[in-house]
Write a protein of this length. Structure first.
Length: 458
């Protein structure tokens, strides 16, 4: 017998008993029945009526409790099936089945939520969601790393980092994009910010993705310079090489003619000597231009680093020995400080030596250009670990410094502040550091000095 039939049968029996008791009670009043009989029948009627009402009310209470458990997501309750053979057993069994189904649905939703949360936390792009009041709902690990924060409750808390970033997050509409520069771990990075607006359960919130595109921008910039260098060097070499070759041939022939007795109509020996000098100048400047172009070619030919373990103390000692003559000639006071002394890096020794030699030569030249203003010429090399456990190298000189406008352009290929510079040394150093997953930066103050910093992320 199913639940509905069982319930109807139970109600029918109870109602039938009430009716039957009513009939007996009415009949007792029309017959000469004992008063005790009438009283017992009346009590029986009241008890049966109360029992029927309680039975119906109990079912309503059970239904109410069951619906409340669904309303408030409370699926901890279970109903005991005593197997009494009544409809209540079947009702409780159905309740337990529905509750179990809701438990499975909630468990599935929780598993799905944790799955999506794990994905969000491990995705490489920073993600932040916040409501109209600015209260943050989700912020993943990538966003915390990009913004160098631990935990925040509102986007207004980012004002100390960069007020422009907060305004951008608030103002961006669906599909809006923005580029923001922030300082993180002592390094300027470029953030690409993208936002969309969503509605969930009638609550508006904004989802923002944040990505560091500085390395991509640097790579695109360097690719553009490399392509330009390739085109320039190709065209210049194609034009200059035959000029240099022809000039060398003509120069040699004129030299032979000058040393011989000759009589060329309308051309004196002095004119021939002038021709020789002109061709010699063309040859010399062509060779110089070829060397200049060959140096530029190095910008596009940096090999993949062959990394090995390099101890900085030995590295600095070898480089200073190489530059010892220039240092002594300029009477420069050099100090080195490595803390701890056993710091080693994993890098290509030849390439890192090239970077350090270039920076040290720049420092020596900066001190050389201002002998009167800097009688006590000082050059300091310092290495250690920064607050993020990255190895750093500082090269500091007390030269005349570099003006702010030049500092912004100092790593651009061909740009130089030196009269005889080619403008590729620092550009080459930057590329080498990028291939080592590192960074090179400069800070300078006029009449105080300049500091170049190398940071190794590995």
């Amino acid at each position: 017998m199913d639940f509905n039939n069982n319930f109807r049968f139970t109600i029918g029996v109870r109602v039938g008993l009430v009716l039957l008791t009513c009939i007996f009670l009415v009949n007792s009043f029309y017959t000469d029945s004992y008063t005790l009989t009438k009283l017992l029948l009346l009590i029986a009627l009241v008890v049966q009526g109360y029992s029927l009402a309680k039975y119906l009310d109990k079912s309503n209470i059970e239904f109410t409790n069951f619906l409340n458990s669904i309303k408030y997501d409370d699926f901890t309750q279970t109903y005991s099936t005593k197997r009494t053979g009544t409809s209540q057993d079947e009702l409780y069994e159905r309740f337990n089945m529905v509750i179990q189904k809701f438990r499975e649905i909630r468990a599935e939703k929780e598993a799905q939520y944790q799955y999506l949360r794990t994905i969000v936390q491990h995705v490489g792009i920073g993600i932040i969601t916040f409501n109209k009041a600015g209260q943050i709902q989700i912020i993943n690990a990538a966003a915390k790393s990009l913004l160098d924060i631990s935990q925040i409750k509102s986007i207004d808390d980012l004002s100390d980092l960069n007020p422009e970033l907060v305004n951008s997050l608030k103002d961006l509409q669906t599909g809006g994009r923005d580029l923001i520069k922030i300082d993180r771990k002592g390094e300027e990075i470029q953030l690409s910010v993208y936002a969309i607006q969503l509605v969930r359960r009638e609550e508006e919130f904004k989802l923002v993705s944040i990505q560091n595109i500085k390395s991509e921008l640097d790579e695109k910039e360097m690719d553009a310079w490399q392509n330009l260098v390739n085109v320039l060097t190709h065209e210049i070499m194609n034009s200059v090489t035959p000029i240099s070759s022809l000039a060398a041939t003509v120069e040699s022939n004129l030299a032979d003619v000058i040393d011989e007795e000759f009589n060329v109509k309308n051309i004196s020996k002095e004119d021939i000597e002038d021709f020789h000098m002109a061709v010699h100048t063309i040859h010399r400047r062509s060779e110089s231009l070829i060397k200049f172009v060959s140096d530029f070619r190095n910008l596009t030919r940096i090999p993949i680093p062959k990394k090995s373990t390099i101890c900085l103390e030995e590295l600095f000692t070898g480089i200073l020995t190489l530059l010892k003559h220039d240092i002594q000639e300029q009477q420069i006071e050099v100090t080195t400080q490595i803390q701890p002394t056993d710091i080693c890096i994993n890098a290509d020794q030849e390439q890192i030596e090239q970077v350090l030699i270039n920076l040290l030569k720049n420092a020596i030249q900066a001190l050389e250009e201002n002998p009167e203003e800097h009688k006590n010429k000082k050059l300091k090399i310092e290495a250690g670990f920064d607050e993020f456990r990255r190895v750093y190298i500082h090269i500091n000189d007390n030269g005349s410094g570099i003006d702010e406008e030049a500092v912004k352009k100092i790593f651009i290929p061909f740009f130089t502040t030196k009269k005889s510079g080619s403008g590729i040394g620092l550009s080459l150093s930057k590329q080498i550091m990028r291939k080592h997953n590192g960074n090179i930066s400069v800070s300078s103050t006029i009449d105080v000095g300049t500091t170049f910093t190398l940071v190794f992320n590995e």
